[in-house]
Write a protein that binds this ligand. Structure first.
Ligand code: ADP
Ligand code: MG
Length: 700
């Protein structure tokens, strides 16, 4: 139920004059069901059609608006199927032909409307491109508006005009008229969603003013002021919801505090064979001090590929185990889970930590036993895939859950994992850096740790955009000097058999004709687990020199001796995925190279590939990705259903977001239960906006 509007705004759109059931169906495609939704269908952009020129100044080649009196209107055929309607317009400075082109039809006259409106003596405003036709100037009309004497309410020209997202059955001109009418009739019908004092304090426009002026601004300043209010309010309530969820977590069941005993951590550090980087130390401190509290930790660890997040997670898991708790780590692929398991096993050799690897692939009997061991607490550290969040998996005393490569999991899966204990500490890791605006909003109830430093002694990765031939020559050279290489084939959907067959064929070709005598391995998602493991082990040990793979290797694989990466048809991948793939190299002492093979000339891929060659900074790439593609990619599951943001812009509104967040957290700090009557309106709006959204947990 939505409370903050007059009844007339809750009306289904169908009952508006001129809409009806058929158009209501079209509106549904735009997510518009009610009149209120219609008012919240904000313009995608605005066009400046304020400037009018006298006819004598009409200038061929430019898009202009002008006003004139109709002297004459007629229709002439200009082709087999095309007719032109033309009106001779005049003003005190001169005259010009205004022209409309329409497909001819035997069944009806496409010019009926124009004939009716463009009577001699009518005053009209036209907007369009001025061109020269033989020796006469004409304006090819995009939009026109008949001026009624005394009526100054122009909607289509002579002002800043709203441009809307449309759909079949809803045309621009008609939609503008409709929204105009609704605004006229509902003047004052929009109730305020923020308290008076708050609006004043933050120097905002009223909601009703903002809605009116976002559609029909009188100036560019109006556009800005209206956007500011609408965007602020959107982010404010989003942040308030986040602050509320956070509040709920902190006042919910307590977590088990963990203190350092070092009985495991010290041997672990000794077995590492390297020192933690400063950034890793800082993050470990942040995590440990979270876990020392009886409030559940909820932390996001962002670190570029290769920055060494795994050891940080392992340290956190050992802290839990030192404190008699169980810890579990979930990774998106079997390969990666297996790799984490091996790493940990190696490092904890000789210590009595009981570990278990749980993937969907273990045999039934074996699985039963493993699940039993989790339940009885026999296993202290569980590493696994989605298998960990199955219904039949229980833990005895799970103190910490770690999600590796969170971008591969949905919000729901994360929540399921978290629910395996009453109030576990949660650590979420991602190598897809999240642009700042997103970490303030979508991930806004998490505390964030960042590693922006690679371990020492990494000479880096040089990226080239080359031909296949050049790339393969480099693979040869690398292998000749004892190094290893990856060759990745684009297979966006691992279950796509046809493409898989093509990839396998490519692999055979490489093996027999390009690299005869070298050991080339093949890895893809549909291989049996045992085969995958065997291939990965062979590559890790150096026995396999070249690994041809589908993007299954995208996440987490860590083989330091591999320092050449070839990505075939690189244009098929997004920026984030390219960066992830490239992150498989550059993990050892040698300078690594990445070859992007692509013949694409389309602007978007070209921009992506060039960016890849220019920078290896994942944070910079993530910002660019957000600019190029919008936030969809980052939203994952949250993006289903109605879009989260209508007015707010995650790319441009950084300042507004920051302010909204600050204010929301302040409100929550001062009055966490909205007990003060002056804050009731916050609570009510929050409820009405975020009811039924799993994403935000329960709100009030
Ligand atoms: P990611 O952050 O991408 O998950 P990993 O945790 O896989 O990165 O680490 C990449 C590699 O760097 C691993 O081989 C790991 O052992 C190594 N590594 C991690 N921390 C350090 C360090 N402080 N010094 C040297 N090597 C490190
Ligand atoms: Mg990793």
């Amino acid at each position: 139920m939505v409370f903050n509007m007059a009844n007339s705004l809750q009306k289904p759109i169908q009952y508006l004059k001129g809409v009806g059931p058929r158009r209501a169906q079209c509106f549904r495609k735009l997510g518009i069901e009610t009149v209120w939704d219609l008012l919240n269908h904000f313009p995608r952009e605005h066009q400046d059609r304020t400037k009018q020129v006298p006819i004598v100044r009409a200038c061929s080649g430019s898009v202009q608006s002008l006003t004139g009196v109709v002297h004459d209107f007629d229709v002439v055929p200009v082709g087999r199927n095309l007719s032109m309607g033309r009106a001779l317009l005049g003003d005190p400075t001169g005259s010009i032909w205004a022209v409309w082109f329409r497909h001819s039809s035997a069944r009806y006259d496409p010019f009926t409307g124009l004939r009716r409106q463009l009577v001699k003596g009518a005053s009209i405003l036209v907007h369009g491109r001025v061109e020269r036709n033989y020796r006469q100037l004409q304006i090819r009309v995009d939009e026109y508006e008949v001026l009624k004497p005394g009526d100054r309410s122009v909607k289509h020209i002579g002002r800043i005009v709203p441009v809307y997202d449309l759909t079949e059955g809803i045309d621009a001109r008609w939609l503008r008229e409709l929204i105009w009418d609704v605004l006229e009739k509902n003047h004052g019908g929009v109730y305020e969603s923020l308290p008076e004092f708050f609006i004043r304090e933050n120097n905002l426009a009223s909601l009703s003013w903002a809605i009116r002026h976002i559609h029909y601004p009188a100036s560019w300043k109006d556009v800005q002021k209206a956007h500011e209010r609408l965007s602020f309010e959107e982010f404010f309530f989003l942040e308030l919801a986040l602050a509320h969820v956070r509040q709920g977590r902190l006042s919910g069941p307590p977590a088990v505090p963990c203190s350092l005993t070092r009985c495991l951590l010290t041997p672990f550090r000794q077995a590492l064979g390297f020192d933690f980087t400063t950034a890793q130390k800082r993050v470990i401190n942040e995590i440990f001090s979270d876990m020392a509290k009886n409030k559940p930790m909820n932390r996001l660890l962002q670190g570029d590929v290769g920055s060494g997040k795994t050891v940080v997670a392992l340290a956190a898991m050992l802290l839990a185990v030192e404190n008699g708790q169980q810890a579990a780590l979930m990774a998106p692929t079997e390969i990666l889970a297996g790799q984490h398991f091996l790493t940990l096993e190696k490092m904890l050799k000789g210590l009595s930590v009981r570990m278990s690897l749980l993937t969907s692939d273990v045999s039934k009997k074996n699985k039963f036993k493993k699940i039993e061991d989790l339940k009885t607490g026999k296993v202290q550290i569980a590493i696994g895939t989605h298998a960990l969040i199955q219904e039949n998996v229980f833990f005895q005393n799970l103190g910490l859950v770690v999600v590796d490569e969170q971008h591969r999991f949905g919000v729901r899966q994360r929540a399921l994992f978290q629910r395996k204990a009453q109030a576990p500490h949660v650590l979420i890791m991602t190598a897809t850096p999240i642009p700042r605006t997103l970490s303030l909003t979508l991930y806004g109830d998490l505390d964030v740790s960042v590693i922006r430093q690679l371990p020492p002694g990494r000479p880096g990765i040089v990226t080239h955009w080359t031909s296949e031939k050049e790339a393969l020559v480099s693979v040869h050279q690398a292998v000749n000097t004892g190094k290893q290489a990856y060759i990745v084939f684009p297979l966006v959907d691992e279950s796509d058999k046809l493409n898989l067959r093509a990839a396998v064929k490519e692999w055979e070709r490489l093996k027999t004709s390009v690299f005869p005598g070298l050991s080339v391995g093949l890895l893809h998602g549909r291989l049996k687990s045992a085969e995958k493991e065997k291939t990965m082990a062979g590559f890790a040990s150096g026995e396999i020199k070249i690994l041809a793979a589908t993007p299954v290797i995208e996440v987490g694989i860590d083989v330091p001796n591999a320092c050449v990466m070839v990505i075939m048809n690189a244009d098929r991948f997004g920026l984030a995925q390219l960066h992830q793939l490239r992150g498989r190299v550059g993990r050892g002492k040698h300078l690594s190279e990445c070859f992007l093979v692509s013949h694409s000339k389309s602007p978007d891929p070209v921009r992506r590939l060039n960016l890849m060659c220019e920078t290896s900074d994942g944070f910079q790439l993530a910002e660019e990705d957000l600019k190029m593609r919008g936030p969809g990619e980052f939203l994952g599951e949250a993006q289903h259903g109605t879009p989260l943001l209508k007015a707010g812009d995650l790319v441009k509104d950084v300042a507004i977001i920051e302010k909204a967040r600050e204010k929301a957290f302040l409100v929550m700090r001062e009055d966490p239960c909205f007990g003060n009557p002056k804050n009731h309106i916050f609570r009510d709006t929050l409820r009405s906006r975020f009811a039924n959204r799993l994403f935000f947990g329960q709100v009030a």
